[in-house]
Design a protein around this ligand. Sequence first.
Ligand code: FES
Length: 144
Amino acid sequence: MERNEFIKTCGYACIGASSIGMLLQSCVSNKSITANIENENLVVPISDFLKDEAYLKYIIVRNNNLRFPIYVFRFSENEYTALYLQCTHQGNELNAYGDKLVCPAHGSEFNNKGMVTNGPATDPLRSFPIQISNPNILISLKKA
Ligand code: FES
């Protein structure tokens, strides 16, 4: 291979590799945080939804006292949902892909309100009441 041809080939390969990297990075736009529990509420700073001066659609919230993380979806400034990421079929942890939650075990899918959109699961996800108390969102962990 001629030197010029080699450089040209490597250049295209580098451009291709960096484009794929950027594409993958843009797909991974969610954020995972660890939040504190105060008075039976998981305290999530609203500022955790900000990334590059824009609001993320959702974040994943963890705490060592919770067996599974909680998916918090932001519909608007005043409307959020908080869903337990435990599949209602056989209890596996769900993965979040934008506004869709998918179980890697048997393929159940849920929407961002916790409703089943694809079985075998039949029951909706556990959801938690949310109270907005600026500058935080309080997710109530009290048993109903
Ligand atoms: S445990 Fe989730 S689909 Fe079976």
